[in-house]
Write a protein that binds this ligand. Structure first.
Ligand code: FAD
Length: 517
């Protein structure tokens, strides 16, 4: 393989986590270090990183003993995002949030959230309990038995932030390949092939070093020639979520296979990350379930209903089903959502396709993981009942809006006419059939794989990236390439944003100190 196709580090996935890592890594390693980010779509932040609620979450919802990394990264991430948005002139509105209990039972949950919030670093000034009357004075249209008001909660546009981070990374020398899908990863000991691509094996596992061979499916540029031997018409996967169609033979003519190699691999492929990890023999026995969060856009007549976003205490926090919120978006629009509809995969936005594929996919996951865990989850009556309820709220606008009507009675489902943009989150299920509650990082000295990277993942992306980059630059083989090791400074001619002020070792230590990971 030519030098041109060799990279020191390859990042798979251009979501907010991949782009944050690319930005911090490109700054912290010396110029000339070859870093590549591979993204299957036409731009960064195409999936969960643009299709979310857009909140910079204060860490009061996260039990510091069970969701340590989420809690700590959200706490540190708030300030880092504020600094980044400020330096890039991106909107960051500290608009606060109300978390309401709609029954007496919910008050105990609120008490617990206040306790967690203080343990996770929020001050009494930032987080406080409000009784019914105090809520009525603050937000007269909200009905509840009590609430907590958090003033440290903000709204942003994560899609814009993601794209900006990648531009900064590119300015620091990171190379990017869009419309390029990683089909397989081959390391010295393990190999992985995406379903349907077994036939493309070829003879690529020739050398022991470098550590990884990546086989990529790429959209051709006009200058590239088409060799029919390159592609197998009719066997190409869906990569276009906008149309959700299988690629036609004509599309295949525009696609080619490319081989690259890398010394170190960062798998931040969002909902697709577990498949890649499985291929390397990691996280075996774990399975991913994918949930589509759908939104409805409120008509402008409801714009003045509240000043801030309103969340309600989730009734079943052990499952990934949050009750839909009343969301105040960064552009001032209002939405109700998200629900959590079980879907067949991380890019299953299309309803009909999902209904066709969901059962076979679940059965396949049960077979692939080879454990009773996923099977036992589907025999859990409560889980199945909640799953069916979420399906109903996907089919019926009335069912969906009524879930928010419990605390905002003025909402009228008949006035909602437009669906919002849905996003898919992928939850990890452990071999015992329980949902994993924290970020799950697996890897070895040559690779790291980020699993279960769900909400508040966008809030915590910058500190989590600092943790990963810190681990990499501390490795003996990368130390000589590290900027801190050589004492090298970047010229001040270019505006690099706040990255030069962030001490990744310190941030990494802060996350680890708390988490003991
Ligand atoms: C409905 C919803 C609401 C949310 N609300 C919030 C919120 O308000 N606040 C918050 O902090 N967090 C929120 N989150 C969570 C947050 O959006 C995610 O944690 C975060 O965006 C995950 O980022 P990521 O980079 O890991 O994944 P993604 O954004 O999914 O990026 C992964 C990328 O990998 C690419 N990829 C996958 N496979 C391959 C392959 N084989 N080859 C090449 N590329 C590949 C994909 O195209 C994708 O672009 C929400 C999530 C959802 C779904």
């Amino acid at each position: 393989m030519s030098e041109r196709n060799h990279y020191h580090i390859a990042i798979i996935g251009g979501g907010i986590l991949g782009c944050s890592i690319a930005y911090l890594l490109s700054y912290n390693l010396r110029p000339g270090t070859r870093i590549l980010l591979v993204e299957q779509e036409t731009s960064a932040g195409f999936h969960a990183s643009s299709r979310n609620t857009g909140k910079v979450h204060a860490p009061f919802l996260y039990d510091p003993s069970k969701r340590k990394l989420f809690a700590k990264s959200a706490s540190i991430g708030f300030e880092m995002l504020a600094q980044y948005c400020h330096s890039r002139h991106l909107p960051f509105i500290n608009d606060g949030v109300l978390e309401v209990a709609t029954s007496e039972n919910g008050i105990a949950h609120l008490d617990r959230y206040i306790e967690w919030g203080y343990s996770n670093g929020l001050s009494q000034h930032e987080l406080r309990y409000l009784d019914k009357q105090q809520v009525a004075a603050l937000e007269p249209n909200v009905r509840c038995t009590g609430a907590i008001h958090c003033t440290k909660d903000a709204s942003v546009n994560y899609g814009e932030i993601t794209r900006s981070l990648l531009v900064d990374a590119q300015n620091l020398g990171c190379e990017v390949m869009f419309e390029t899908k990683v089909l397989s990863l081959v390391s010295a000991e393990h190999s992985y092939f995406d379903h349907g691509f077994e036939g493309l094996h070829q003879d690529s596992i020739q050398q022991q070093h470098p550590k990884f061979q990546l086989k990529l499916l790429r959209k051709r540029t006009f200058s590239e020639t088409t060799s029919p031997a390159d592609v197998r018409p009719g066997s190409l996967p869906d990569i276009n979520v906008q149309t959700n169609v299988t690629h036609s033979p004509a599309d295949c003519q525009r696609l080619s296979l490319v081989d690259l190699s890398a010394d170190y691999l960062i798998n931040v492929a969002g909902g697709a990350a577990l498949n890649l990890a499985h291929g390397m023999g990691l996280a075996k026995g774990y399975a991913a379930l994918h949930f589509r969060g759908e939104y409805w856009v409120a008509p402008s007549s409801f714009r003045d209903l509240t000043r801030m976003s309103v969340y309600s205490v989730p009734r079943y926090p052990e499952y990934p089903f949050l009750d839909p919120h009343w969301v105040v978006r960064i552009d001032g629009s209002r939405e109700v959502g998200p629900n959590a509809v079980l879907v067949s995969g991380p890019f299953a936005y299309n309803w009909n396709q999902n209904m066709r594929l969901i059962l076979p996919k679940i059965l396949q996951s049960i077979r692939d993981t080879g454990r009773v865990g996923l099977f036992s989850l589907f025999t859990d009556k409560k889980f199945v009942t909640l799953t069916l309820h979420e399906f109903r709220s996907s089919l019926s606008k009335r069912v969906m809006i009524n879930r928010a009507r419990r605390f905002l009675p003025a909402l009228d489902p008949s006035q909602f006419t437009k669906r919002g943009t849905s996003g898919i989150r992928s939850s990890l299920v452990n071999p015992d059939g329980k949902f994993v509650s924290d970020i799950f990082i697996v890897g070895n000295e040559d690779s790291v794989h980020m699993l279960n990277y769900n909400s508040p993942g966008a809030t915590g992306a910058l500190p989590v990236a600092a943790l990963i980059v810190d681990r990499i630059v501390k490795q003996d083989r990368f130390r000589p390439l590290a900027r801190s090791y050589s004492g090298e400074k970047v010229g001040s001619a270019r505006d690099l944003g706040p990255v030069s002020k962030w001490d990744i070792h310190h941030i990494g230590d802060l996350l680890l100190e708390r988490t003991g990971h």
